[in-house]
Design a protein around this ligand. Structure first.
Ligand code: AMP
Ligand code: ZN
Length: 113
């Protein structure tokens, strides 16, 4: 989608630190990390959030999470991690292209908000 920063990151128009890439997604380092390890899983297809995804995009997201599960050790997340996907105003979503925050590399707070 034109003018979408995460579409541009996914297709390489905007540089990023990519840790993983395949036909479905990229996993990059967040520019403004909120934990020792803060990655973003970004599907290459543009859709805003889970309330807008088609059945095919839901299957795509499932594949992305499965592949993430196979790489957690190499990302330094073997002690555990947290997945977050912000949606809308209350969720403080700032980029309207679905993405999953992957937080870890340290003991996280047991409070989530
Ligand atoms: P959200 O607020 O949930 O929409 O998350 C957007 C995330 O994207 C924030 O954590 C930002 O730090 C991150 N971000 C924005 N621009 C970039 C970029 N060019 N490269 C990497 N991360 C970015
Ligand atoms: Zn996009």
């Amino acid at each position: 989608m034109k003018d979408c920063i995460f579409c541009k990151i996914a297709n390489g128009e905007i540089p990023s630190t990519k840790l993983f890439e395949d036909e479905d997604m990229v996993i990059i380092k967040d520019l403004n990390p909120q934990a020792k390890i803060h990655l973003l899983l970004i599907p290459k297809q543009h859709f805003c959030d889970i309330t807008e995804m088609s059945d095919e995009q839901a299957a795509l997201l499932g594949r992305c999470l499965k592949k993430l599960s196979e790489h957690v050790d190499e990302f330094g997340l073997s002690e555990g991690f947290r997945l977050v996907s912000n949606k809308g105003k209350h969720g403080c979503q700032s980029v309207p292209h679905l993405h999953i925050h992957i937080l870890g590399g340290q003991q996280l707070d047991d409070k989530m908000c």
